[in-house]
Design a protein around this ligand. Structure first.
Ligand code: NAD
Length: 421
């Protein structure tokens, strides 16, 4: 499944409903600029490896390009284009003055040493330094890129420019210009919109059983937020395995985190193999986890997880997309027909880019906000955006994703037309 085709199907659906100006549609079908570079890295054993890196600058009608950099062995141009498009739409959904872009490197970062990872990250910035900048294109973290990597990248860009440029990249550690709250912002934003949907549906958090796919920045922080708010988180997964609570009571997310640190995969007991005999939980595959009985299914890993093949088997009442593009357009239709509410990625995980935008604003002003200030501003944006999306979806009798697209594409189209195509 080509994620860019999925993205274009979503665009077409919204543009038909909006009766979008064909000129604007043509502009939105293609990225403004595609950059590709070879990044040589001297490995610790003295050999030379050359990695392929991408930066797609999709659209900047509403502000500078903005979007993360992904390190993954399956990164490819179609994926980076799709992610760049989704960033454009996401920034417009939550109304922040940014366009969209995305970057990636084809690499298995787990196989690199600390110093190889640093060389690759600095090499990425050297390769694209002429095309990015605080007023042009501001990267950020994504899958398998961390605050430390953002710090190296900021440092490399600052060296090239000859002065300190914290606003070149977001998601940095606090000590080098990061924003309070950025580490948990994606999950926090997703939590606010989930709470709002539950209010609309008159469902009480404490009655909800939740399954979370993916246990990285987005999934793990969401697990903590839900656990502390009294939700029963009964299932977890990562790239290696999945685990489900057979008693339906829910696991303490901190225990899962502690054991994952020790064993390298999600688990709830200290037994030393995946096939342990504990009765209250069971290991599953990721595919099996998605179709278990629950109230809320949080997708926090990669694209194309709910497809036309497994959509009919989904038992959750609500699907929360913290990952980008985890549901295909065919699956969207099937879920909508089944009456499942899907909180779409371009709204639900926009807390990350919103606090990235706050980080950029703070860097430009050299004036920093407290975590409470950050979350107060974030909550207002997420709740307002959710309500606009929900109202549009209700008015047009469409799913929440299409509601979000109607809002976002309308805003982007206005900017393109006012600037002149
Ligand atoms: P991460 O690298 O911190 O974590 C990724 C997690 O996914 C890991 O736990 C990994 O084990 C798991 N995973 C990988 N392949 C998997 C598979 N096939 N099945 C199940 N789990 C798998 O990444 P992240 O930052 O948490 O990003 C996760 C998703 O959220 C991505 O789609 C990303 O684009 C999206 N997202 C992240 C942010 C952010 O601020 N971190 C913002 C917006 C969107």
């Amino acid at each position: 499944m080509n994620p860019f085709q999925n993205a274009m199907t979503q665009l077409k659906k919204a543009s038909d409903i909006l009766n979008l100006d064909p000129d604007v549609l043509e502009v939105l079908k293609k990225p403004k600029r595609i950059l590709e570079a070879s990044i040589p890295v001297r490995m610790d054993d003295g050999t030379m490896k050359v990695f392929s890196g991408y930066r797609v600058q999709y659209n900047d009608a509403r502000g500078p390009f903005k979007g993360g950099i992904r390190y993954h062995h399956e990164v490819n141009l179609n994926e980076v284009k799709a992610l760049g498009f989704w960033m454009t739409v996401k920034c417009a959904t939550v109304g922040i003055p940014m366009g969209g872009g995305k970057g990636g490197v084809i690499v298995k970062p787990q196989l690199l040493s600390w110093s190889e990872l640093e060389k690759l990250s600095r090499g990425y910035i050297r390769a694209f330094a002429d095309f990015i900048g605080p007023e042009k294109d501001i990267p950020a973290p994504d899958v398998y890129t961390t605050p430390q990597i953002m710090a190296w990248m900021m440092d490399e860009y600052s060296k090239i420019k000859g002065y300190n440029c914290p606003a070149i990249i977001t998601g940095k550690p606090l000590r080098v210009g990061g924003s309070a709250g950025r580490d948990t912002a994606t999950a926090q934003g997703g939590f606010y919109v989930t709470e709002e949907l539950l209010k609309k549906l008159k469902i009480k958090p404490k009655s909800c059983r939740v399954i979370i796919q993916g246990f990285g920045n987005a999934g793990c922080n969401m697990a903590d937020l839900l656990f502390h708010a009294g939700f029963k988180v009964i299932g977890y997964s990562d790239s290696k395995t999945a685990i489900i609570d057979m008693k339906g009571k829910g696991f303490d997310s901190h225990i899962i985190e502690k054991i994952k640190k020790k064993k390298g995969y999600v688990d709830v007991c200290d037994c030393d193999n995946i096939k342990c005999k504990c009765k209250d939980h069971k290991h599953l595959t990721n595919e099996q986890l998605l179709i278990q009985d629950c109230d809320i299914l949080v997708l926090a890993a990669l694209e194309n997880q709910i497809t036309k093949d497994n959509a009919v088997k989904i038992k959750a009442k609500i699907v929360v997309e913290l990952a980008n593009g985890p549901t295909t357009p065919e699956a969207d239709e099937k879920l909508f027909k089944k009456g499942i509410y899907l909180l779409p990625d371009i709204l639900t995980n926009a807390g990350g880019v919103t606090v990235s935008y706050f980080e950029w604003v703070q860097n430009l002003q050299s004036y920093y906000w407290t975590k409470d200030e950050v979350f107060e501003k974030l909550q207002k944006i997420m709740v307002d955006s959710f309500n606009r999306v929900y109202d549009l979806a209700t008015e047009y009798k469409v799913d929440l994703r299409t509601g979000a697209y109607l809002l976002a594409i309308g805003r982007i189209a206005d900017a393109i037309k006012e600037r002149g195509v």
